[in-house]
Every structure is written in structure tokens, then in C-alpha cells.
Design a protein around this ligand. Structure first.
Ligand code: HEC
Length: 145
């Protein structure tokens, strides 16, 4: 009897350990903030850094800065839209004129767009709120991309 009880306990313990090791965040669950920023940085380095530069300062007259730029730290929708749809045409940032084109990055997943958008809103001295995968999906539903 004792052995049976012990066996059951061990089984239960094994199950719990397996659960805690194999559990991964589901797509629709909020991810841990630090994880999001690490992921965001990796995505930024791979997809955005070449133009917007490592410190987010851009290239005056060619690529707008992402640091100290009210379009980046303003409404969440603005940044998500640029990533989903790209952006073209005349643009003023802090008195500097830009007239170029950025491609859409809508091949990135909702989680990836949320991570890179959160990264640019919270780095380079920026201090804006995070963006969630749910917000990205909402915009895909309304504007496409
Ligand atoms: C090939 C160069 C290039 C790459 C790579 C690039 N961008 Fe851009 N980005 C631009 C240009 C050029 C503009 C401005 C377009 C215009 O004149 O309207 C821009 C505009 C933006 C804006 C809007 C700025 C504003 O003030 O309205 C954001 C936000 C942005 N990019 C984020 C990103 C992110 C995030 C990535 C990576 C996923 C990225 N960009 C990759 C060239 C690039």
C-alpha cells in the first residue's frame, strides 16, 4: 500500500516537472516583457538597423530617426501601420524633410511586429508603452496587410 502511494506521488511529481519544463508561451498570451525586448532587438538588428541605424538616429534626409521622433512614441497605430504597410512620400521629422519609401514588413508575424514595435518605442531613449500582438491583429483586420 505504501509503495503504491509513493509511486502515485512520484508519478504526479514527474508530471508536474514535465509540465513546467515543456510549457511555452501561447501565441495569444502576453509574453514576458524582457523576452519581447530581446526578440525585438534581434528583429531590429536584422530588418531595420541598416537604415535606421544602431542607435535609432537614422540618416538625415534619407532615413528618418526612430529616436526622439513623436511619430514613433505617439499613437500605437502609427508604428504598426508603417510596419504593416510600409510608408511612402513626404515626411517631416523634427524640421528635417524626408521623401523616400520604406517597404512593408507584413510578412513578420503579429508577435514579431509587436516585439520590434515595442523595441523601437522603448529604446534609443524612447519611453512609450508596449504594443501587443492583439493590437497588430486588430489593425490587420481593419487596414489589411
Ligand atoms: C531600406 C531602408 C529601411 C529599412 C530597412 C527600414 N526602414 Fe523604416 N523607413 C525608411 C524610410 C525611407 C522611411 C520614411 C519614408 C518616407 O519618406 O515617408 C521610414 C519610416 C519609418 C517609420 C516612420 C517614421 C515617421 O516619422 O513617420 C518607422 C516607425 C519605421 N520606418 C520603422 C522601421 C522598422 C521597425 C523597420 C524594420 C522592421 C524599418 N523601419 C526598416 C527606411 C527603412
Amino acid at each position: 500500500m505504501k509503495a503504491l502511494l509513493l509511486g502515485t506521488l512520484l508519478l504526479a511529481l514527474g508530471y508536474l516537472i514535465t509540465l513546467s519544463v515543456t510549457r511555452t508561451p501561447e501565441n495569444n498570451q502576453p509574453q514576458h516583457e524582457a523576452t519581447v525586448l530581446v526578440k525585438g532587438e534581434q528583429l531590429y538588428n536584422k530588418n531595420c538597423l541598416a537604415c535606421h541605424q544602431e542607435d535609432g538616429s537614422g540618416v538625415p534626409g534619407m532615413y528618418p530617426p526612430l529616436r526622439n521622433n513623436p511619430h514613433v512614441t505617439g499613437k500605437q497605430d502609427t508604428v504598426i501601420k508603417v510596419i504593416l504597410k510600409g510608408q511612402k512620400g513626404p515626411l517631416m521629422v523634427n524640421g528635417q524633410y524626408y521623401n523616400a519609401e520604406m517597404a512593408a514588413y507584413n510578412h513578420l508575424s503579429n508577435e514579431e511586429i509587436a516585439a520590434v514595435a515595442t523595441y523601437i518605442r522603448q529604446n534609443f531613449g524612447n519611453e512609450a508603452g508596449p504594443i501587443t500582438a492583439g493590437e497588430v491583429q486588430q489593425l490587420r483586420d481593419t487596414i489589411g496587410g
